[in-house]
Design a protein around this ligand. Structure first.
Ligand code: ACO
Length: 343
């Protein structure tokens, strides 16, 4: 390790440690590269909220690396409950301080933190260019490879953007709702009547670990969607939903979810869209997404740029997004490294 890395001081990122949170916020914001359609601009309320509110069924371990009084690096691990992995949510060196071994020191620190939490594998999504797509920095993948990480098995993620100024998929209105279904809108908080169904439909896509679902107020209060909403609200996000109710049974056949940070009036994140297996094949996915876009625009008229991501083997959803005008911009490649490297 060179001298710079040896002089680093790691300070835990804790919500009540305002100077460290502020330093981390500055570092994170300054380090965001000006890459078109890569990420929405950072929102301070969202970032600071993320320190206090972890995603459901996970905990966070973050640290800021200081050199003298200057924050020069940041590291954050997401630790899913009961899993052997530590997900590298953030590992970054301040742009002016790169290629001095700070990233390597952060990676070593990630290994020690992961080991302290009993994890055996580090995993990280690394942004890379799509074949024939816009140029992306090859540094992060080169860095991961230099540290002995390897590309994991399994699908890549495809990050897609829709610019409503270039193409408005709702210009002709929302397609007719298929016979036998009705649409139901809700906002950030899912109505009690749908909380279990939304949690179960989400779980069917592998968004949360298997759980035993019950009924009644306690089941609703502790449901996955309620825990997710707590994080969302804590991060100052607003969400918009449209569900499809199967009229004959009253069941929720599917829903779609979109959300936005407080700081970016033009940016929308298109989240999960799921239709239960028994209700597929009626075109509900497109109806839900377009109806929800109309819903969002009623309350968020400045929304212009919509981002979404899917596993690259989810061809039906990527095809649906392409039909709406989403354009693939980059891929997320999953890398992994053992927490205890072979010597
Ligand atoms: N191009 C090619 N190789 C690189 C690059 C680059 N841009 N950056 C690092 N490397 C490789 C080199 O082999 C380097 O050794 P060398 O300088 O002796 O040639 C080695 O990685 C170690 O580099 P460090 O100096 O320790 O890393 P640095 O402090 O520059 O941080 C990082 C690298 C974290 C990728 C930085 O560029 C960054 O913050 N990028 C934006 C955030 C990001 O994409 N993070 C994802 C990291 S991947 C992961 O977490 C597994």
């Amino acid at each position: 390790m060179n001298d710079t890395a040896a002089d680093l001081r790691f300070v835990p990122l804790e919500a009540d440690d305002v100077p460290t949170v502020d330093a981390w916020l500055r570092l994170t914001t300054e380090s965001a590269e000006d890459v078109p359609l890569s990420a929405a601009p950072h929102c301070a309320a969202d970032l600071t909220g993320s320190v206090r509110f972890a995603p459901p069924d996970t905990s966070l371990a973050g640290e800021v690396a200081f050199l003298g009084g200057q924050a020069v690096g940041a590291l954050r691990l997401v630790l899913p409950d009961g899993a052997p992995v530590a997900v590298v949510d953030q590992l970054l060196t301040a742009p002016k301080e790169r290629r001095q071994g700070i990233g390597t020191a952060l990676f070593r620190r990630a290994r020690s933190l992961a080991a302290e939490h009993g994890r055996t594998l580090l995993v990280a999504d690394v942004v890379q260019a799509l074949p024939g797509g816009p140029v992306r920095d090859e540094g992060p993948a080169a860095f991961a490879a230099a540290l002995g990480a390897t590309v994991s098995d399994g699908p890549e993620g495809v990050h897609q953007w829709l610019d409503l100024d270039r193409h408005d998929p709702s210009a002709d209105g929302v397609p007719e709702v298929p016979a036998g279904y009705r649409l139901q809108r809700w906002g950030t908080v899912t109505p009690d009547a749908f909380a279990i169904a939304v949690s179960e439909l989400g779980q069917s896509l592998g968004a949360s670990p298997p759980e035993t679902w019950g009924e009644g107020p306690d089941a609703v209060r502790t449901s996955h969607v309620r825990r997710y909403e707590r994080m969302r609200v804590g991060r100052g996000r607003r969400a918009y939903h449209v569900g499809a109710v199967h009229e004959a049974t009253g069941e929720l056949a599917g829903f779609t979810s979109a959300s936005k940070t407080t700081g970016n009036p033009e940016h929308l994140l298109q989240g999960m869209t799921v239709v239960a297996a028994a209700h597929r094949g009626h075109g509900l996915g497109l109806v839900l997404k377009l109806a929800n876009l109309a819903h969002v625009r009623e309350y968020e008229p400045r929304v212009r740029l919509i981002e979404t991501a899917n596993a690259d083997d989810n061809r039906p959803m990527i095809a649906l997004n392409e039909a709406m005008g989403f354009v693939p911009q980059e891929r997320f490649v999953s890398w992994e490294a053992p927490v205890a490297p072979a010597v």
